[in-house]
Design a protein around this ligand. Structure first.
Ligand code: BJW
Length: 247
């Protein structure tokens, strides 16, 4: 793949890089993206219809079992070359902040040290009634488990449709846009708000936006560079092209 020499210069000169990621970054780890059709037991459900507070109220058993299945998938998944290349970038650029919509924790497992999780983390358990955080060891054997304090239903600590994003994560992500020199947008359909507005804010702040995705998205229009391909292939090549001595 050929990279514009100006892009490689901008990368080498950057003091702070912001990287906004979505499900496509974990696709090569074997975790289906949100808008992939579901398979097996879950083929008759749409992911969008399970990730809502209404679905959990209506059918908590199905929603809990879906998350239990996804946790198992994520537990067995390994970071892929895209996660690894982003973690490696920290040794080449003074500051790298990953702003992710993913709940799988794979950026941190790959070694990225500054990760903002906009949509929560699938490994956290919360009481849907009193908000208490509950450790795995404290979970009862019910489906879904019940809160040891108030008996409410335990839910995964992720952000569902119609719920607000964690304030601290959103505030930090907005601050990062003000200090970053470059903004990567990788592996997201950019359909889900308010996260999808971040690349537009970055562009409005005058930051070059670099889009990596095998498919076109609405953010191609605002991107200074569109790199068409899989993140696990494009990112390692890009890092090697900018810093040949790093490989
Ligand atoms: C590859 C690849 C490879 C493949 N390499 N790439 C404004 C306008 C319209 C609607 C709204 C609006 N503001 C809010 C809304 C409503 C709603 C929304 O956005 N709806 C839209 C669908 C229309 N938003 C919300 O409800 C949000 N909350 C909110 O706004 O609250 C307001 C409020 C304020 C105050 C009080 C109360 C409320 C919350 C959104 C939460 C989203 N949650 C989920 C589930 C998380 C938990 C879980 O994992 O189960 O987050 S939904 C799902 O979508 C998940 C993802 O993080 C998110 C984004 O998906 P993503 O990552 O982009 O994945 P895909 O599958 O869509 O795309 C994959 C991409 O990868 C594709 O482009 C592929 O081509 C690419 N790809 N292989 C690179 N190898």
């Amino acid at each position: 793949m050929h990279f514009a020499p100006e892009l490689l210069d901008q990368l080498r000169q950057a003091r702070h890089i912001a990287v906004f990621t979505g499900a496509g970054v974990s696709a090569e780890s074997g975790i289906p993206t949100f808008r992939d059709a579901q398979t097996g037991l879950w083929a008759r459900f749409r992911a969008e219809d399970l990730a809502t507070p209404e679905a959990f109220r209506r059918d908590p058993v199905t929603v809990w079992n879906w998350y239990a299945w996804r946790r198992e998938l994520m537990r067995n998944a390994r970071p892929n070359p895209a996660h690894d290349a982003l973690a490696r970038l920290e040794r080449l650029v003074p500051r790298v902040t990953v702003i992710t919509q993913n709940v799988d924790g794979l950026h941190a497992r790959a070694g990225s040290s500054d990760v903002i999780e906009l949509h929560g983390n699938i490994w956290h358990n919360l009481c849907s009634a009193c908000g208490k955080c509950v450790m795995d060891e404290q979970l009862s054997n019910d489906t879904p488990p019940l809160c040891p304090d108030c008996g409410g239903r335990i839910r995964p600590g992720v952000v569902w449709f119609g719920e607000a994003l964690p304030v601290a994560a959103w505030t930090r992500a907005s601050e990062v846009l003000e200090t970053a020199d470059l903004f990567f947008c990788i592996g997201t359909s950019s359909l889900v708000e308010p996260a999808a507005s971040l690349p537009r804010y970055a562009r409005a702040c005058g930051r070059p936006v670099i889009q990596i995705n095998p498919e076109a998205t609405s953010h191609d229009e605002i991107a200074q560079y569109v790199l068409r391909g899989k993140a696990g292939e494009v990112l390692p090549m890009l890092v090697a092209a900018a810093w040949p001595q790093s490989v």
